[in-house]
Design a protein around this ligand. Sequence first.
Ligand code: NAD
Length: 316
Amino acid sequence: MAEKLKIGIIGSGTIGAAYAALFTGNGYPAALYDINEEILNAGIAKYEGLYNDIESRGLCSKAQRDKAKALLKGTLSLSDMDGFDIIFECIPEDLEMKRKLYARIEEEIGDVKAIVSTSSALSPDDLIFGMQKFRSRLVIGHPFNPPHLVPFVELVRSKETEEDVVGSVKSFLESCGRKVGVMKTPAPGFIANRLQHALLREATYLVDAGLVSCPEDVDKALTYSFLPRYTKVGLFEHHDFFGMDNTQRVQNTLCPSLCTRQEASEMVSELAEKGDLGMKTGKGIYEWDDEKIADFKKRAAEPYWGFFNWKFDADA
Ligand SMILES: NC(=O)c1ccc[n+]([C@@H]2O[C@H](COP(=O)([O-])OP(=O)(O)OC[C@H]3O[C@@H](n4cnc5c(N)ncnc54)[C@H](O)[C@@H]3O)[C@@H](O)[C@H]2O)c1
């Protein structure tokens, strides 16, 4: 059974509710805060909805679910998190809003060992501006949606984040089955989105430059060639298998012809300007109706259920 660190979660939206499910499902008592009772109740309803899915897939029993739920405490008072080990800040991606919240945390909470911001893209050095007593205890822990299923979390330290803070947040997340990467120096996109957008830049270039007959061919190449491998082995692991001599030869041949464009691709910009924004307008790179959207959502979530590995209370 996991050591009973006390965990606070501020914001009970998409990320906060899913983190509450993940942490309580791994045996940790968690306090979930939001700005008013109605929003907090909606967050707790989201938590229940996530457990409905988990239970209906046979991944937890009713007793395990009930034990997890008993570890969750909803609160409208930040001071309930005084003395907690880790507080996860899961409020909207707005720098000023986050800074104001940190000021309130410093005012209303006497002590906390670590504050993790779930920010997708803000710099931790900007987040700590104006902070005082907890400024060296803040680290970004960027999850991927839905965070109770997608294992990777990237920790991004500020110039001042204490080593111990990074270490204890990493150990805690790993004890919940997360796979944690640490970024020593912040850079836009952190680790995973830099990788994702490097790939997207080349994919859109293949279309823009007329090197492929249609976008479907790019999607097929990804889904049915090398991507499945990388759910089991790493990119660098694979290239060790391929050999540095071979990798060097291919990089020297290929790199000069890869896209180096410094702005959004022609295809993306044209569609955006026409208002063909994708699923939300029914047309983007592809055409979308309700059936196709439902099928997409099912296929997109499926691989991540394969990672499900929660350590429910063994006695439940
Ligand atoms: N949703 C995603 O796909 C995703 C993925 C990774 C990271 N993130 C990041 O996680 C953070 C939260 O995103 P989300 O999608 O869960 O947002 P959300 O809008 O779903 O939820 C935010 C919650 O915070 C609450 N809140 C607002 N102001 C608050 C305040 N001052 N104090 C306390 N609570 C407050 C809101 O009432 C709401 O319940 C953002 O920084 C976002 O960039 C989101």
